[in-house]
Write a protein of this length. Structure first.
Lengths: 135, 140
């Protein structure tokens, strides 16, 4: 290993590579989240279709079904995780550390987290008949 | 050259992805760029879904404001764009799964697969909206 790095230079694969399996978790998470999102987003399209034109009462009735509320929550959590991983890959490709890559990745994480928190909060309030103060 | 001088000349910057303007156009490259673009556009779709749920939780009055925007011609155009991004990203994802499984990796088959994934994404979007309009759930 040291022999190799002295020939190639300080940044050879041997220097940064931790193991054959390093990074496999991310790769797998990307694939598994997209695999799960295939049926979930198709269900989401069907959900959007059934809610369309139904007004407030129709949308509330939809979210108050335990099956719909649960599936909606799972879809949003997995989509947000998938979004974070995907946007992160794009940012890593186009921005160096000096150009603020870390800050952009952090902002992406915060946006994805905000989507999850707002959505789950909304589902919870509708599902549990909780009135939000002032509304 | 000594290893030391190699080090200083070779280390400053890691190579970055090729930027968009240096590519010659071909369909797998367009599919790759579109997959990223539709993925990023789908982030806006997720924000819209979150906004929908928050407005619903805020009660009938707030939801009426949300619906007024969502049902307007401009709102429908936005939903159309978001659904197009979502469906094209979905079929693009299926294309990547086929590639991950080792299928359609020859230049010719890869191009054909990319073309079909784009066509299917557009067809799903058109079918979805035709269904919405024909059933009378959405109208202009």
């Amino acid at each position: 290993m040291t022999k190799k790095s002295s020939v190639v230079g300080a940044r050879s694969a041997a220097d940064w590579k931790k193991s054959e399996h390093h990074g496999a978790g991310t790769w797998l998470a990307e694939r598994l989240s997209s695999l799960a999102l295939v049926p979930l987003t198709l269900w989401g399209a069907w959900a959007a279709f059934s809610i369309a034109g139904g007004g407030y009462d129709g949308a509330v009735a939809f979210v108050r079904s335990p099956f719909n509320a649960g599936l909606l929550a799972i879809t949003i959590i997995l989509a947000a995780w998938h979004m974070y991983m995907g946007v992160r890959v794009v940012l890593e490709d186009y921005f160096s550390k000096e150009e603020g890559r870390g800050v952009y990745i952090l902002l992406t994480f915060l946006l994805c987290a905000a989507v999850v928190i707002a959505s789950l909060g909304g589902i919870y309030c509708v599902y549990s008949h909780t009135a939000i103060a002032g509304a | 050259m000594s290893p030391e001088s190699l080090k200083t000349s070779a280390t400053p910057r890691r190579p970055m992805s090729p930027h968009l303007q240096i590519w010659r156009w071909h369909i797998t490259m367009a599919g790759s760029i579109l997959h990223r673009a539709t993925g990023i556009a789908s982030v806006a779709g997720a924000v819209a879904v979150a906004a929908w749920l928050v407005c619903l939780a805020l009660g009938p009055d707030t939801y009426a404001v949300f619906l007024a925007y969502a049902k307007s011609p401009l709102g429908l155009l936005v939903w159309f764009g978001l659904s197009l991004a979502g469906f094209v990203h979905l079929t693009g994802g299926l294309r990547h799964m086929i590639w991950d499984l080792g299928g359609a990796l020859q230049p010719r088959t890869a191009s054909t697969l990319t073309a079909w994934s784009l066509i299917l994404g557009v067809l799903l979007t058109v079918a979805f909206w035709a269904w919405l309009f024909v059933s009378g759930k959405v109208s202009l």
